[in-house]
Write a protein that binds this ligand. Structure first.
Ligand SMILES: C[S@@+](CC[C@H](N)C(=O)[O-])C[C@H]1O[C@@H](n2cnc3c(N)ncnc32)[C@H](O)[C@@H]1O
Length: 184
C-alpha cells in the first residue's frame, strides 16, 4: 500500500529533484515500501530508517535499511555530518519528540545539507499527535517550520504547495524545507 496517490507521488519526486543535488547521500527517515525518489535523478546512496524491516526490504530505492523507533530513542544511529539530504515524507504527524528528532537531523546533515518534510492531509488519526490532528493544513506548515526553528540549526526555512497546478490534485502535498547552517 502506498500512502499517497500517483499525482502526489509525482509532486514529491519533483520536489526531491529540485531540492536535492544529484549524487547525494540521502536518509529517508520514517521510511516504508516506497521513497518516491524520481528515476531520472541520480543519488549516491539512500538509507531508510523506519519501524518495519519487511516493508523497507521491498523498497527499491533503499541501499540499506535500519529499524529504529525515533519516539523511543530520538538519537539517530548515524555519524555526524554523514548525509547530504534527509527526507520525512507523509510521516511527521507521528513524531512525539519532534524537536529532539529534528536536532538529530541537524547533527547528521552536512553543513548546507537539505531537510525536506512533506505531508498531505492523510493520516491514521489514532497515531497522529493531537496538535497535528487539530491543525489545518496551514497550521501544519507553521508547526513543521516551528519544529525546524526550535531545532535551531536550520536556515532558509521555506514552505510550498508542491502539486502541479495543471490539474486538480487529489492528495494535496505541502513541503517545508530548509538547509543546515554552516558553522560560524
Ligand atoms: C504513512 S507511512 C509513510 C512511509 C513513507 N515515508 C512514504 O512516504 O510512503 C509512516 C511511516 O512512518 C514510520 N514511523 C512511524 N512512527 C515511527 C517512529 N516512531 N520511528 C520511526 N519510524 C516511524 C512507519 O514505519 C511508517 O512506515
Amino acid at each position: 500500500m502506498v500512502h499517497i496517490d500517483e499525482a502526489a507521488i509525482a509532486a514529491v519526486g519533483r520536489l526531491f529533484k529540485d531540492q536535492v543535488p544529484e549524487n547525494s547521500v540521502v536518509l529517508d527517515l520514517m521510511s516504508s515500501w516506497r521513497s518516491h525518489w524520481p528515476a531520472d535523478h541520480a543519488k549516491k546512496r539512500m538509507v531508510g530508517l523506519g519501524l518495519n524491516q519487511v516493508e523497507m526490504q521491498e523498497n527499491p530505492d533503499l541501499d540499506e535499511s535500519v529499524v529504529h523507533d525515533v519516539n523511543v530513542n530520538p538519537v539517530l544511529p548515524f555519524d555526524d555530518e554523514s548525509f547530504d539530504a534527509v527526507l520525512i515524507t507523509v510521516s511527521a504527524q507521528y513524531l512525539t519528540k519532534p524537536i529532539e528528532t529534528f536536532k538529530q537531523v541537524s547533527r547528521i546533515l552536512r553543513p548546507g545539507g537539505v531537510f525536506i518534510v512533506s505531508f498531505s492531509n492523510r493520516m491514521f488519526p489514532t497515531k497522529a499527535v493531537l496538535i497535528w490532528r487539530n491543525s489545518t493544513d496551514r497550521g501544519r506548515i507553521d508547526l513543521v517550520g516551528t519544529y525546524m526553528e526550535a531545532a535551531e540549526n536550520f536556515e532558509g526555512i521555506e514552505a510550498s504547495f508542491v502539486n502541479a497546478d495543471t490539474s486538480p490534485p487529489d492528495d494535496p502535498i505541502y513541503a517545508v524545507f530548509s538547509r543546515k547552517a554552516h558553522a560560524g
